[in-house]
Design a protein around this ligand. Structure first.
Ligand code: ZN
Length: 325
């Protein structure tokens, strides 16, 4: 059953492998897994942070600022996209359908943190013109736009600049993602927008009280807007005792969210980390190649085949169609 993965850090892997001198990274390392796991489309998120230690951990080459690192990732990813015929950047739902009909894998480009923007609002338009159609204002740490989920001193929510950025994203019809937002940032975004909003890779806080997971009122707010919540494979977001997590826990989170607001608001945002030094994924679903194990777990949890298909693909496509057109 084909799956839409709303969150993957593949561009980081492309950048790091190209630094090591590799070429053809997607074909060698990712396409076989997409095929095995029946991954039909993805959001490739460009991850960034102002936390120098975190940057150094994920980018082994001598790290620069967020701006320098963003340029490296962009340049190498675009070079890779141009050199492969297997993957194509999509800018709309229609594009996704067209690219799939041509036998290729569509990827939507997304931003995980506006840290490389140097506080420039105009960068939203620059990224849009480069083809980006999705964005989270922050990763875990704060920036000029908003407080992240691990805010430093106080949860200040959206700044004036962040409010303008969100407004511009809504005008451009970019997909607004609240997965790493602090609670105040989350509610500020909800108050200042009227479009569907997604949480691409977060689970339910009531089942696992990690700060990256969503409380019930947040889940209801996303559903009230016609948005979706992408199930995350990271074991620390599935079980409070993370060492006990299995793929069945993902189905348990799916069931919880579906019972609370309806199956139509559950999607997939796997956030695989098998290409990092440490894989904090969940046994049974450690990489894209194992994605179909979620479908079996959903079946075991009692989701019908139509519901499995909605979670795997249709719900994500519906919101993308509504927002991007
Ligand atoms: Zn993330």
């Amino acid at each position: 059953m084909k799956i839409f993965d709303l969150h993957t850090d593949t561009m980081m892997d492309i950048a790091n492998r190209m630094y090591e001198g590799e070429t053809d990274v997607l074909r060698k390392h990712h396409l076989p897994q997409y095929e095995q796991g029946q991954i039909g489309a993805m959001i490739y998120a460009l991850w960034m942070t102002n936390d120098f230690q975190e940057l150094s951990e994920y980018f082994p080459e001598p790290p620069g600022s967020a701006q320098e690192t963003m340029i490296r990732v962009l340049a190498r990813s675009f070079e890779e996209f141009k050199s492969t015929s297997a993957v194509e950047v999509a800018r709309s739902a229609e594009d996704i359908d067209r690219i799939r009909s041509a036998g290729k894998i569509p990827v939507l480009l997304g931003l995980e943190g506006f840290y490389g923007f140097h506080g420039e609002l105009g960068m939203v338009d620059v990224m849009y013109d480069l083809g980006f159609r999705h964005g989270m204002l922050t990763w875990n740490d704060d920036n000029e736009f908003a407080a992240g989920v691990e805010f430093a001193d106080e949860d200040f929510g959206l700044t004036d600049l962040g409010a303008k950025a969100i407004q511009r994203m809504e005008e451009l019809r970019m997909l607004i993602d609240v997965s790493h937002a602090s609670e105040k940032t989350f509610w500020d975004i909800m108050e200042q927008t009227s479009c569907p909003v997604i949480a691409s890779h977060s689970n339910a806080w009531s089942l696992c009280n990690a700060p990256r997971n969503l409380k019930d009122d947040q889940i209801r707010a996303i559903a009230g807007r016609g948005g979706v919540i992408g199930l995350n494979t990271w074991k620390g977001f599935l079980c409070e005792d993370m060492e006990t997590a299995t793929v069945k826990d993902m189905a348990r989170h799916a069931r919880y969210i579906a019972d609370l607001v309806g199956t139509e608001h559950v999607a997939c945002g796997f956030d695989f980390c098998d290409y990092f030094d440490e894989n904090d994924g969940t046994p049974g679903i450690m990489n894209a190649g194992e994605s179909q194990n979620l479908i079996s777990a959903l079946a075991e949890e009692g989701f019908t085949e139509a519901e499995q298909q909605a979670i795997a693909w249709d719900n994500a496509m519906n919101v993308i169609r509504k927002v991007l057109g």
